[in-house]
Design a protein around this ligand. Structure first.
Ligand code: AMP
Length: 173
């Protein structure tokens, strides 16, 4: 399946979770075996020679892509979760949302200075979430080798907020 065909498997849900948002529903891509395989094949091809040590998946859709990518790349998987979900001692970051703020956490012993990291999430919108995650990773002094998304909503200019970082997305709107 090529990128254009892959794009056709994503379903638009208008006014979800609130009015004015067009939600990109990836469950229709995930349930299509050919589409799922293509999406993973593209990401694996991109990162297979990058010697990734840890794939960081952002709760919760980043877990779907992150864990399989970790397995295929011979890396480990590290979750970044919403506040209060991780059981051990954590480092946290609070970042701006459209309305208010949110907090993400990572286990304080998850990475080290020498860790080569790939950050994965399903979708890049304003970039606030992933910016927060890069701050968590930088707190360890680890190296961000890549930041991969299935989808990028380029009209929201998330890349501007993430200038200089190695962003990659398969599908752009
Ligand atoms: P942001 O911090 O603005 O880049 O938002 C990114 C997070 O919000 C991602 O984890 C997405 O899963 C989710 N998200 C934001 N906008 C949408 C959208 N239009 N459709 C689906 N998910 C979205």
């Amino acid at each position: 399946m090529n990128v254009e065909q892959l794009k056709q498997t994503i379903r638009d849900i208008p006014d979800f979770p609130k009015e004015g948002i067009i939600f990109k529903d990836i469950t229709t891509l995930l349930s299509n075996p050919e589409a799922l395989k293509s999406a993973f094949d593209i990401l694996i091809e991109k990162y297979k020679d990058e010697k990734i040590d840890q794939v960081i998946g952002i709760e919760s859709r980043g877990f779907i892509f992150g864990s399989v990518l970790a397995y295929m790349l011979g890396a480990g998987f590290t979750p970044v979760r919403k506040k209060g979900k991780l059981p051990y001692k954590t480092k946290s970051v609070t970042y701006e949302l459209e309305y208010g703020t949110d907090t993400l956490e990572i286990h304080e012993d998850a990475l080290s200075e020498s860790t080569r990291v790939l950050i994965v999430d399903d979708l890049l919108a304003t970039g606030g979430t992933v910016k927060g995650v890069t701050e968590l990773v930088n707190g360890f002094g680890a190296e961000i080798v890549g930041i991969a998304f299935l989808i990028e909503l380029s009209f929201l200019n998330g890349r501007q907020k993430l200038e200089g970082l190695p962003i990659y997305s398969i599908i752009e709107y």
